[in-house]
Design a protein around this ligand. Structure first.
Ligand SMILES: Cc1cc2nc3c(=O)[nH]c(=O)nc-3n(C[C@H](O)[C@H](O)[C@H](O)COP(=O)(O)OP(=O)(O)OC[C@H]3O[C@@H](n4cnc5c(N)ncnc54)[C@H](O)[C@@H]3O)c2cc1C
Length: 222
């Protein structure tokens, strides 16, 4: 199968970097084809604007979605956006590897979505959710969080993690048609021992070996 791993962490020696490398290794050993978008190392520019396009629909007033529809019709996306869009279109499974920052993805990943998930190309004209462009593809969030698991339970300090992730699960992934798999979470890796972190890497490896047998979750449960 074809897998895209998107990494959003500034330090490759981090736990997220280790999960990213483990993911590539395991999936390739299983015979899958892997492509990556390592956003920091590639210095992906997350700031959306006219730089997204080679074409111009309205030079007097910039409205992103109208420019996106025009670019879709005229092959007008800037090269960096076109490259990322083709990777998303190519894959059967998309993995986002990131630390949770302020209850969401790091800004570089949010900017990647803002620029790459374009109207016309990735959604629009009632192509969303069950009729989404990426119907049949799977997506999974693989993330680390700073707090302990108890803090992310329903009555915990931060509230239920599924509630925190809902804007991503529903608003970005399900909206564009992906089947969303149960998120893979590492709680407070900073407070774990080296052995515990190695066990986390082994847990990820084991899960990835069977990832294509998993069923999607209901993103509306919270
Ligand atoms: C801007 C910002 C906002 C944040 N907002 C939130 C929030 O809203 N909610 C929340 O819960 N947390 C939040 N945090 C905390 C953040 O989510 C955690 O710091 C992060 O998830 C930890 O993951 P990491 O990859 O950065 O860990 P790191 O600190 O990089 O890694 C943990 C340890 O793992 C070690 N390690 C690396 N590779 C291996 C390996 N192969 N084997 C064994 N050990 C290894 C590293 O050396 C390190 O000691 C925020 C942090 C920032 C900076």
């Amino acid at each position: 199968m074809k897998i895209l791993i998107v990494l959003a962490h500034p330090e490759m020696q981090s736990m997220n970097g280790a999960m990213f490398k483990q993911g590539i290794k395991t999936l390739e050993e299983e015979g899958h084809e892997v492509k990556v978008s390592d956003l920091y190392r590639e210095e992906f520019n997350p700031v959306s604007g006219r730089r997204n396009f080679k074409t111009t629909y309205d030079a007097a007033f910039f409205k992103q979605q109208l420019e996106e529809i025009h670019a879709t019709d005229t092959a007008g996306f800037a090269d960096d956006i076109e490259t990322e869009q083709q990777k998303v279109e190519w894959c059967d499974l998309m993995i986002w590897q990131f630390p949770i920052w302020w209850f969401t993805v790091p800004a570089i990943l949010k900017g990647w979505v803002d620029r790459v998930f374009a109207m016309g190309r990735f959604y629009g004209s009632e192509r969303c959710y069950e009729e989404g462009v990426f119907k049949g593809k799977k997506a999974i969030l693989s993330l680390t969080v700073g707090a302990n698991e108890n803090a992310y339970l329903k009555n915990g300090l931060h509230g239920d993690l599924y509630g925190v992730l809902k804007p991503i699960h529903r608003g970005m992934l399900k909206f564009t048609g992906f089947d969303v798999l149960r998120p893979h979470v590492i709680y407070a890796p900073v407070r774990q021992t080296v052995v515990q972190r190695e066990l986390e890497l082994a847990r990820w490896e084991e899960r990835l070996k069977h990832i294509f047998t998993e069923h999607s979750i209901d993103v509306d449960i919270y």
